[in-house]
Design a binder for this molecule. Structure first.
Ligand code: GLP
Length: 240
């Protein structure tokens, strides 16, 4: 596992964006696995800026997102489709048909089939990840068992509390989500995990300072992948 410690969250975002950009520059047809959440938000302006400066084109790029809340329509301000359009897709030359985000407002079973099929036919060159306060990746929540493939996850109390900041109240946070499984995440060619904030220190410690792999801290399964880069700022690194 490669660990990059930066001076600040802003520098971490630049670093993560540069990794994604180098994948696209070496392969204009690349498929990017993308992530949402507060941490990933700072990455997308760098991709948009690189496009505006004509350093890169997303014309032939495909993207697949990790997850989506069940019950939110694509135009809901907290849906991950809305997030991706707002922070990235609307500002670059990507073909909307080449961007896949699971739908949280379709019938669930057919959407699981659809998502699984997309993951098969669009292999990801790189997967960007954040991490939950409980160590979740995508919406793979801690538990006795984890799912390898696409599934519907019931959100953990800790996740609902952490994500309540994006909604008017905790009660409005959806209780379930459709997500890639850990097996799907591990199928990406490269993985880039970005973390910031002292609330992530405990799970980063489990990821970076021990050899243990446990379903109780899903991000520890990343130790099974051969090309993982973890990017964190000095402030967080100090607490790990
Ligand atoms: C969300 C998403 C994850 C994200 C994580 C961290 O619930 N499902 O993909 O990485 O939680 O979010 P944040 O960066 O806002 O802490």
């Amino acid at each position: 596992m490669k660990i990059i410690i930066t001076d600040s969250y802003a520098a971490s975002c630049r670093e993560a964006a540069n990794l994604l950009l180098s994948v696209v520059k070496s392969n204009p047809h690349a498929c990017l696995g993308l992530a949402t959440g507060g941490t990933a938000q700072g990455v997308y302006p760098h991709l948009v800026e690189a496009y505006k400066q004509q350093l890169v084109s997303f014309k032939e790029v495909r993207t697949v997102n990790l997850d989506e809340y069940i019950g939110l329509k694509p135009d809901h301000p907290q849906s991950y489709r809305h997030y991706m359009d707002t922070y990235f897709f609307d500002h670059v030359d990507i073909n909307p048909l080449n961007t896949y985000i699971p739908s949280g407002s379709q019938l669930v079973q057919p959407e699981i089939t659809n998502f699984s099929r997309i993951l098969e036919i669009w292999p990801r060159d790189v997967q960007l990840l954040g991490v939950g306060v409980n160590g979740h990746i995508g919406f793979n929540e801690p538990g006795e068992v984890l799912q390898a493939g696409v599934h519907v996850a019931t959100l953990d109390e800790a996740t609902i509390k952490a994500n309540a900041r994006f909604f008017a109240s905790e009660a409005e946070v959806p209780k379930t989500a459709i997500t890639m499984g850990v097996g799907n995440i591990l199928q990406a060619g490269k993985i880039v995990l970005l973390a910031t904030g002292s609330q992530k220190a405990a799970v980063l410690q489990k990821l970076l300072t021990s050899d243990e792999v446990t379903t109780q801290v899903p991000c520890t399964l990343l130790k099974l992948h051969r090309d993982v880069t973890v990017i964190l700022d000095r402030e967080l690194a100090r607490q790990v």
